[in-house]
Design a protein around this ligand. Structure first.
Ligand code: ATP
Ligand code: MG
Length: 250
């Protein structure tokens, strides 16, 4: 891996994450469109000050409760997620007792196998979405994109879809799933359609989600009321406040 980023660069971490994604693209994990999606994410990360906001922490608590108390929770994995945080996905699946399903928006068998290898290398045991015999369809999407695993998303009550496209999120909602997402853009269709939207960089937020799931399990925390629309409005006003502060400094 190339390492051209000086440690004291003010955006060292974001640039390091970008480099990881580019490497994941070179390794065949990430689609071209995934690189562009990452660029959109970076732009919004700038606008939230590259840190986990209060509203994101609220959403993380609600997401932890939803995952831990679900009957059939599933984590949907795409190329970007597999490239950015494979280990954390597996850790999260353990603490939340959730299944992992590879589910690609830009379906590609070779890329699926590459993602499978990376997940195995990072310690995953059971991975759904790879056995064609076990696939079925959900309605409301065009052919390639509606294929899901019979033992995974198809029967799931709660699905975590980090960095997901709006059409798919809407289809999952129509299929009766509770949808949790990580999406840095609070205005995207996914962010607006999901039940719980964590407006944070998944690279930061997933660690907090793992910790929150552990806490929720151990302390048997009760559910707190959570209104996604209100929380999204809060995250937009956090952006506004951050920009106002920055404008004063500039
Ligand atoms: P939508 O289809 O929901 O309207 P879109 O078409 O703009 O959104 P997609 O490519 O479909 O975007 O979905 C990817 C989403 O993931 C984008 O909203 C992008 O901001 C977000 N994103 C990209 N990288 C990250 C990241 N590292 N952490 C969190 N969110 C991210
Ligand atoms: Mg989209």
């Amino acid at each position: 891996m190339t390492n051209l980023i000086p440690k004291n660069h003010p955006r060292a971490h974001s640039l390091y994450v970008r480099e990881r994604l580019v490497n994941a693209f070179d390794d065949g994990l990430v689609a071209k469109e995934g690189l562009m999606a990452h660029g959109r994410g970076e732009a919004f990360d700038y606008l939230i000050g590259e840190k986990t906001s209060k509203s994101a922490k609220n959403a993380i608590k609600a997401a932890a409760f939803a995952l831990v108390s679900a009957k059939h929770p599933v984590i949907s994995v795409n190329g970007n997620i597999a490239g950015l945080c494979p280990r954390e996905i597996i850790e999260l699946s353990k603490v939340a007792n959730a299944k992992i399903e590879i589910n690609l928006f830009y379906a590609n068998e070779k890329r699926k196998q590459t993602i499978l290898k990376v997940l195995h290398k990072n310690g995953a045991k059971e991975i759904l979405g790879v056995d064609k015999k076990n696939s079925t369809r959900i309605s409301g999407l065009d052919s390639a994109r509606r294929i899901v695993d019979r033992d995974g998303i198809y029967i799931a009550d709660v699905v975590l879809v980090p960095l997901e496209d709006g059409d798919r999120t809407i289809a999952l909602k129509k299929a009766g799933k509770k949808v949790i997402t990580f999406d840095l853009n609070p205005l995207s269709r996914t962010a607006q359609t999901a039940d719980i939207t964590i407006v944070d960089n998944v690279v930061r937020g997933i660690r907090e989600l793992i910790d929150a799931c552990e806490k929720t399990q151990k302390k048997k925390l009760r559910n707190m009321p959570f209104d996604n629309k209100k929380n999204l409005a809060k995250s937009i006003s956090e952006i506004r406040n951050y920009l106002t502060r920055r404008a004063r400094i500039a």
